[in-house]
Write a protein that binds this ligand. Structure first.
Ligand code: 5RP
Length: 233
């Protein structure tokens, strides 16, 4: 099976968690895209759901599939969010934001009674931090914020480089919220909770990609089948 087949397998298992009438959060990324495609097929067969997206890209995909869409203003409480992740550890702590959607992803996950992560098994790590940690920052005061983030990382025992994310054409990437992303390269994050608190205390930081205490379960697809962390109930 290809990595993409594995992502689809995890997405298909997550679709089994969806019941009629649910209010769903729809994630962003290649794995979440499979889930939205599969959900769209069920909606076409008559499944009744109401969804909120975590990015403009997912919003467009869902609308093209005629999935009924809402907003967190109209539907502020969701039953279940299904989203991908860049890293998952065995305590269900995540790094997210590889697709630059971490801010809306975290807002939607926090508004959901449950969040289930879907991924292929390569995303499972013993310790977070191999994947660069995305940190969303406001453009104003970028250099001051960059220095504050570097200091916070060092103080939290996770020093490393910070790289301003750019598009393939070299221009600075703007998130859906009009912010920049600094990708942190700590290598390994010994104490994610401590780093999360330190980053959140910086005024120019809008949000960071450490998702702690948000995921209830993860469905990880590998060549030997599905691994489930946490509870799908
Ligand atoms: C987007 C994300 C994605 O969920 C994460 O990057 C995983 O993406 P993929 O399923 O393509 O591996 O956090 O901001």
């Amino acid at each position: 099976m290809s990595p993409d087949d594995l992502k689809k397998l995890a997405a298909a298992r997550a679709l089994e968690l969806v019941t009629p009438g649910m209010r769903l959060g729809l994630g962003t990324g290649s794995t979440a895209k499979h889930f939205v495609d599969l959900l769209g097929a069920r909606v076409a067969e008559g499944l009744d759901v109401l969804c909120v997206s975590t990015s403009e890209v997912t919003e467009a995909q869902a609308r093209a599939l005629a999935i009924p869409m809402s907003t967190l203003d109209e539907t502020p409480e969701l039953d279940l969010t299904i989203d991908g992740a860049d890293e998952v550890d065995r305590a269900l702590r995540l790094i997210k934001g590889g697709g630059a959607a971490l801010l809306r992803e975290k807002i939607v996950a926090a508004a959901s009674a449950r969040m289930v992560v879907i991924a292929d098994e390569t995303k499972l790590v013993e310790r977070l931090g191999r994947f660069p940690l995305p940190i969303e920052v406001v453009p104003f005061g970028l250099e001051a914020t960059r220095r504050a983030v570097l200091a916070a990382m060092a103080n939290a025992g996770a020093p490393g480089e910070l790289v301003l994310r750019r598009r393939p054409d070299g221009s600075i990437l703007l998130t859906d919220g009009g912010h920049y992303i600094l990708d942190a390269h700590p290598g390994a994050i010994g104490d994610p909770e401590r780093l999360a608190v330190a980053l959140s205390a910086i005024p120019g930081v809008v949000e960071h990609g450490l998702f702690l205490g948000l995921a209830n379960a993860a469905i990880l697809a590998g060549k030997d089948g599905l691994i489930v962390l946490g509870s799908l109930d």
